[in-house]
Design a binder for this molecule. Structure first.
Ligand code: K7E
Ligand code: CUA
Length: 615
């Protein structure tokens, strides 16, 4: 009797999950009823002057930027320009950052990856991918983009990136689009299945400086690689990637690439790959060493996974690999130990271009009935996993080991990634989970057809998940990572002694113009409230290099240099020197002025570039 009752209650609860209505559009109905609203408000309220507990680094999608939020307030604190010029900070206007952008003025950012030590975020760097085949490094000491590596050879569509290994040995990536390699080679589209190649690649990271350099690549069949995650603890040394289109189809992929019941997750023994490369087993293609798994066995294996998997996520202990087939109602959990046993026993069902395929039944531990359209999984500190459900527009909470789905919460609307506090590390922090939703209609004041995305904050500190807050973000928060605020210690002033720029000056008496034929160098001092020199005279046709040093050593005292009609907009932080070089091709008188409000006499901080015409 008691048992029957429990089952009944269970069924009722399950029905409630599936029928849970989304909040009516356009209404002001609170998250879960009036009394909980006060609790939610309290939990997210960070009083004036108080600080948030976590930083959230959120992908800005094809804006090419990273957005920084405080959690739980969900206040937007900063935008870090990475692949796109950003006038607010002068990024992409000075010589150094313009060179770093390399002529491209956009990049489609998907997956921020905080650097790790022993599988935990260490707060040193943030790596982030973009589709044009590049990975960038943001230094978390000053929240500035310091390196853009690539475009890398043979890579077309760097989506499955910029995942780091547990000790930040590599940033790993895989191609979404296959092409004939090296780049520039021709092969007709009807030769797709044989002549087009996918690539899995490792970008080496210097452990001291974070500097990226060419690692190695692995050639694969022309599958469309999707998401990846590095193994950790027991599975450290391995990397996992999902793919769709194992059919090797072309044309209308929504039909042609959904034929098979199962696609694959690739399991890559990256330490074995590293060793093979060291032993000279790679072929140089497009300037990089590439391993062909047909010639070098023992590096790549394929795990069959239900229909077009999207996310793949490794549990905090490294034992389970969770693959989410986005066209299914379940998420599949593979057991790393069983994968290893199957590899040892050569328990294969066949191969794809020489890459062994493991037997599904022998390596999977569970198919967890999370709901429709599972995409990504994050973890809590207590053995729970959280899977986003795009089709159901919800998050499912389930238990590792028992595979029980214990709770569900609706998302408004159509969740993609989700991000729990340090929820993809070896020690998740729990407390907060953010749903990164694709749609937000009716949840905010209308702003016309281009609507913001929504990031919903969920409380995961108790048994039942509770919606706390709706935040609205610019496109397109594919993925985000959340790190404890106490792990970061950003500087706010560049110390004068550390400024090694040869053109830096610290005294207004050193400011001025020096000429070497048609090349003019101008050393400028920026300090409240003068730009010295206040007039710069050059001749039409001169190449002008202006080096600006902000000699302030006070926090928040930034100065700008906006030069009208020449499209020059530089912002210099305290203690920093920035250089801009341009051709003075337009004659006339052009005002320059400080763009950042810096003092009561900020408006007076101005001068003239006088370009003497030839005639
Ligand atoms: Cu939007 Cu990670 Cu690019 Cu999933 S990806 S949703
Ligand atoms: Cu300097 Cu305004």
């Amino acid at each position: 009797m008691k048992k029957a009752l429990i089952i009944l209650v269970g069924i009722a609860a399950a029905v409630a999950f599936y029928c849970a209505p989304s909040a009516p559009k356009g209404s002001r109905k609170g998250p879960t009823g009036a009394s909980d609203m006060a609790v939610a408000a309290q939990k997210t309220y960070v009083a004036p002057g108080d600080l948030d507990e976590f930083y959230l680094f959120s992908s800005g999608g094809h804006s090419g930027q990273i957005y920084v939020y405080g959690v739980p307030s969900m206040r937007h604190l900063s935008t870090i320009p990475v692949y796109t010029p950003y006038p607010a900070t002068g990024y992409g206007f000075d010589d150094e950052t313009r060179a770093m952008l390399g002529g491209l003025t956009w990049g489609d950012v998907h997956h921020p990856a905080l650097s790790e030590t022993n599988g935990e975020y260490d707060g040193r760097w943030l790596f982030v991918n973009e589709m044009n085949g590049r990975v960038a490094r943001v230094d978390l000491k000053d929240f500035k983009t310091r390196q853009i590596f690539g475009p890398m050879p043979n890579i077309s569509g760097n989506h499955g990136s910029a995942f780091v290994t547990p000790n930040t040995e590599y940033s790993m990536l895989a191609t979404r689009f296959s092409i004939p390699i090296p780049k520039g080679k021709y092969a007709a589209i009807d030769k797709y299945a044989s002549d087009y190649k996918g690539i899995i690649a490792a970008v080496k990271i210097d452990p001291k400086t974070g500097t990226m350099s060419q690692g190695f690549e692995i050639m694969t069949p022309p599958f469309d690689w999707d998401l990846g995650d590095a193994g950790k603890k027991v599975s450290d040394g391995w990397m996992f990637w999902t793919c769709y289109n194992s059919e090797r189809a072309t044309g209308k992929l929504e039909v042609t690439a959904s034929q098979r019941d199962r696609d694959y997750i690739a399991a890559v023994d990256w330490r074995a790959a590293e060793k093979a490369i060291a032993e000279g087993k790679g072929d140089v293609i497009g300037g990089v060493k590439v391993i062909d798994p047909k010639k070098v066995p023992g590096i790549v294996y394929l795990l069959p996974c239900g229909k077009s998997p999207h996310g793949v996520d490794v549990s905090p202990d490294g034992k389970y690999i969770v693959g989410s087939g986005k066209l299914q109602g379940v998420t599949t959990v593979f057991n790393f130990e069983k994968v290893q046993t199957a590899i040892r026993n050569k328990d294969f069902t066949g191969d794809e271009d020489g890459i062994p395929v493991l037997k599904y039944e022998n390596i999977k531990d569970a198919e967890v009935p999370v709901g429709l359209g599972p995409l990504h999984t994050q973890f809590g500190p207590d053995g729970y996993a959280y899977t986003s459900l795009f089709v159901d527009s919800a998050i499912a909470k389930w238990k590792l080991g028992t595979w029980e789905v214990v709770d569900k919460i609706p998302m408004s609307y159509s969740i993609g990634h989700l991000c729990a506090a340090e929820g993809d590390t070896v020690s998740p922090k729990g407390k907060y989970l953010i749903g990164l939703n694709k749609l937000s209609h009716g949840r905010h004041l209308s702003v016309g057809p281009s609507q913001p995305e929504s990031s919903q904050l969920v409380d995961i500190s108790e048994e039942k998940m509770k919606l706390l807050y709706d935040a609205f973000t610019e496109p397109e928060p594919h993925n985000a990572q959340m790190i404890e605020a106490k792990k970061l210690h950003p500087i706010e002033v560049y110390p004068k002694e550390e400024n090694k720029n040869p053109l830096a000056i610290w005294d207004v008496k050193d400011a001025g113009v020096t000429r070497n034929g048609p090349n003019v160098t101008v050393k400028v001092v920026l300090v409240r409230s003068t730009i010295t020199p206040t007039a710069i005279e050059v001749n039409q046709g001169d190449t002008v290099k202006i080096a600006m040093t902000n000699i302030e050593q006070t926090t928040d005292e930034l100065h700008g240099f906006g030069l009208l009609d020449y499209n020059i907009n530089i912002v210099v932080d305290p203690g920093e020197t920035k250089v801009v070089t341009f051709k003075a091709d337009k004659p006339g008188v052009f005002p320059y002025y400080c763009t950042n409000f810096c003092s009561a006499l900020h408006q007076e901080m101005q001068g003239y570039l006088i370009v003497k015409g030839k005639g």
